[in-house]
Ligand binder design. Structure first.
Ligand code: GPK
Length: 806
């Protein structure tokens, strides 16, 4: 392909010989060492460069094609990305996995040992961050010109360790060896302002910041699968400007003081906030959010100007998706750029802003809707607060015009909460400043529009749409489970399902084929053996996700204790199980950390008791992350999706597990409902209250002790916990369940435990189980993030593919 500057790209070969030649040349010229003296780290970094070069070539073609097309771009703004390990992905997408293995071996390196050095960038907390990564994967696969913007945290999500069963958090210095996948782009650095004051000069408002920080970008390649498109994710790192080093103080021996301003500046991208679904009310977090927004918008404007001259075209060339409220300051920031810096009139600017942005909401927990103290926001970003007030005045005029004499509605919808303290409501700002607001599963969108965002839905019903989440089949089927992927391709006679997951429906007739069923079982068994936790013949019962009381790991634990009691009572008739927990709790979330501690205590007791041998094992590998998810998910037989109905926005682990052939036990919550609709009620273990029933019970006088009194097994389980059989932590957990039980754990206990007996019955008939398992995979092709992206394109982004020549 002829690039813009007339340079013909040479095509790097993907044969083992060509790969080996480049591997050696990179080892000599770029790593500066030799085969004889190379360490494993040298080999890893050289391998990464050799693979990266092959994608970089496609990236250059992609950039040229995009530049020529001047398309509408999709920009994804997200404070979190959980990209997962890069090496295996890039080997697969560049088609060099085999060549690399052969070349490494020929040079005397051990491929598996070297691959193990790949560190995943843990730049997110949980579902929201992984969804962002899956959407980027699908955007590239579908040839959509797109850029993800985020923060390059020095320290990612903490490493979880268990000390005496308690969660201990360790810093995750993920890039301390350097990150071979990253391209720094210092020329594109931006200057970000904070604090200061505003004044009016010649009719225009000017903000004079009191402090400035540099944002330095670097990018990672985001290859599409089965296409030449390679997009990027651009991550910003805070850097102190030269002026913040105080040479005078340094010369005077005041070393700490000399660098204090620089340290403060660089702290902005130092660490990912490890909260999940709860806003951390901290000024540094607000600084992070503005830092991301300010750098990214300036970059977007720079890119727009490369091809366009007229602001009137901005919205037709730019679709910016706000991933939850974290980047919502982009709304006032773009108003500021357009009105104050570019001199557009307010109404024109507002029309462009509203047509550029869209907003995805990921929660229903009222406590998770971000608000910022007016004082803090006004001090940190004085001009933005003024702009928010101006937007609010127009909003409230519209509300009063539509709903005269409804003062309470005006109060509820205002961008400013007055009581008990003055706060800016970021979700209200998000809906007001965008074309579309979407929920992430059908039930979620319905509950959003009827509860937390109801007033906005009354005013602007057309702004709301549902886009059900999805997951990347490349990462979570092909990379995670090569064995089942090969079997699927064999069964379908093609591997095209990897970019058209609806083809999985072709597996359904194969349930009638006894040899296919037996191969399917063998694969599951092999995956369990490879995981190496528990007996591969036992049912692997998996609950992996962040720890949160609404997700109800405590309910699963009550079930485990009940099974243990049944075993101790003798004559146990349940099937052998390995129960696997995985997940982290926010460091400040005391109740969730208690549940982790209690699970570990119960596991220690159960596993040490010879009575449970061959019947029940409880495992809790520490530090659940994408790397571990890719080993656990393909091995799972049973997927636990047991949140209190009406609390889990969607869930995406539920999709990954079902796609890999695990059966679900779950409530009618989030995307569970859509999964059940597709796999069929017979292939899904449903239990518990639905969202309406849960809401009714919660708003009446729910009395958890009535369930305790009425149910002997439940009582026995809670009694041993309260009695301190698993340590003092148990008393706290039991008291919280008996006294409050915010998430109706006790109300759903009996239904859950009884449904687990149906799971046992299904498992005993292995042919039946295998049929159900295959049908789960065959019927969940809908949950590909390719379909999710297609929905965003149709309903929200209205952007088109640009093909890149191979
Ligand atoms: C929702 F609000 C949040 C949050 O702060 N972090 C997060 O991971 C999750 N989420 C939801 O809890 C899931 O139900 C959902 O599937 C996921 O976001 C992606 O939409």
């Amino acid at each position: 392909m002829d690039l813009r500057n007339g340079v013909e790209l040479r095509s790097l070969g993907t044969s083992p010989a060509a790969f080996k030649e480049d591997l050696l040349s990179n080892l000599y010229y770029r790593r500066g060492t030799t085969v004889e003296s190379a360490s494993a780290q040298d080999a890893y970094e050289t391998l990464a460069l050799t693979v990266r070069d092959r994608l970089a070539e496609r990236r250059a073609r992609t950039a040229a094609a995009h530049y020529a097309a001047n398309p509408r771009w999709v920009y994804y703004l997200s404070a979190e990305y959980l990209l997962g390990p890069q090496l295996e992905q890039n080997l697969l997408y560049s088609g060099t996995a085999e060549a690399a293995r052969t070349a490494l071996e020929a040079c005397g390196f051990a491929p598996d040992e070297i691959a193990a050095l790949d560190v995943e960038p843990g730049l997110g907390n949980g579902g929201l961050g992984r969804l962002a990564a899956c959407l980027l994967d699908s955007l590239a696969t579908m040839d959509i010109p797109a850029v993800g913007y985020g923060i390059r945290y020095d320290l990612g999500i903490f490493k979880q360790e268990f000390h005496d069963g308690r969660q201990v958090e360790r810093p995750d210095d993920w890039a301390f060896q350097g990150d071979p996948w990253e391209f720094p782009a210092p020329d594109d650095r931006q200057v970000v302002g904070f604090y200061g004051s505003t004044s009016v000069v010649g009719g225009r408002t000017v903000w004079t910041p009191g402090e400035t920080v540099l944002g330095e970008p670097s990018h990672l390649l985001v290859p599409g699968y089965g296409t030449a498109t390679v997009n990027i994710v651009r991550l910003w790192r805070a850097q102190a400007s030269e002026a913040s080093f105080d040479l005078t103080r340094f010369a005077a021996g005041q070393y700490a003081e000399a660098v204090q301003d620089a340290v403060r500046a660089e702290n902005i991208s130092k660490v990912l906030y490890p909260d999940d679904s709860t806003p951390a009310g901290r000024e540094l977090r607000l600084k992070q959010q503005y830092f991301l927004v300010s750098c990214s918008l300036r970059d977007i404007v720079r890119r727009f100007r490369l091809r366009n001259g007229d602001w009137a075209d901005f919205a037709s060339k730019t679709a910016i998706q706000l991933n939850d409220t974290h980047p919502v300051l982009a709304i006032p920031e773009l108003m500021r750029l357009l009105v104050d810096e570019e001199g557009l009139d307010w109404d024109h600017a507002w029309s462009l802003v509203r047509r550029t942005f869209n907003y995805t909401c990921h929660t229903l927990l009222p406590e998770a809707l971000e608000t910022w103290p007016v004082d803090m926001l006004g001090r940190l970003l004085p001009r933005h607060l003024e702009i928010i007030y101006l937007i609010n005045a127009e909003l409230l005029d519209e509300v009063r015009a539509r709903f005269p004499d409804d003062l309470d509605r005006v109060r509820r919808m205002s961008l400013i909460q007055e009581e008990p303290t003055r706060q800016v409501r970021m979700a209200n700002l998000a809906v007001t400043g965008t074309t579309r607001t979407n929920g992430v599963a059908a039930l979620h969108t319905q509950l959003l529009t009827s509860t937390v965002l109801r007033d906005f839905h009354d005013l602007w019903p057309d702004r709301f749409v549902n886009v059900t989440n999805g997951v990347s089949p490349r990462r979570f089927v092909r990379l995670a489970d090569p064995l089942v992927s090969a079997l699927i391709s064999d069964g379908l006679g093609t591997d095209r399902w990897l970019s058209d997951l609806s083809l999985l429906s072709g597996l359904a007739p194969l349930v009638a084929d006894a040899s296919f069923r037996s191969r399917w079982r063998d694969v599951k068994r092999a995956n369990k053996a490879a995981l190496g936790l528990g007996d591969p013949a036992a049912l692997l019962d998996v609950m992996v996700k962040r720890f949160h009381e609404y997700k109800r790991q405590q309910l699963k634990l009550l079930h485990v204790i009940t099974l243990y009691h049944r075993i101790l009572a003798g004559g146990y008739d349940g099937v052998p199980r390995t129960v696997l927990f995985g997940g982290k709790a926010a460091p400040a979330y005391h109740a969730a950390k208690n549940i982790i501690h209690l699970i570990n205590a119960v596991a220690a007791r159960v596993n040490a008791d010879p009575a449970t041998d061959g019947l029940l094992t409880v495992v809790f590998p520490a530090n659940y992350n994408i790397t571990l998810a890719e080993r656990v998910i393909p091995a799972a037989d049973l997927s636990e999706q047991i949140s209190m109905a009406g609390k889990e926005a969607s869930g995406t682990g539920n999709m990954k597990l079902s796609l890999n052939g695990a059966l679900t036990i779950g409530t009618l919550d989030g995307a569970n409902i859509e999964i059940r609709d597709r796999v069929g009620a017979d292939n899904f273990f449903l239990f518990g209250l639905n969202a309406a029933e849960a809401l009714t019970l919660r708003s009446g006088d729910y009395r958890p002790r009535d369930h305790y009194a009425a149910d002997g097994e439940l009582r026995a389980a809670l009694d041993v916990i309260s009695a301190g059989a698993f340590g003092g932590v148990g008393q706290e957990v039991a008291a919280s369940l008996l006294d409050r039980d915010e998430y109706l754990t006790l109300a759903d206990y009996r239904s859950y435990v009884d449904r687990q007996s149906d799971v046992d019955a299904a498992w005993r008939d292995q042919e039946r189980w295998t049929t159900m398992s295959i049908l789960n995979t065959a019927r969940t092709g809908y949950f590909s993030s390719d379909r999710t992206v297609a929905d965003y394109l149709t309903h929200i982004w209205h952007a088109s593919p640009v093909r890149v020549d191979a």
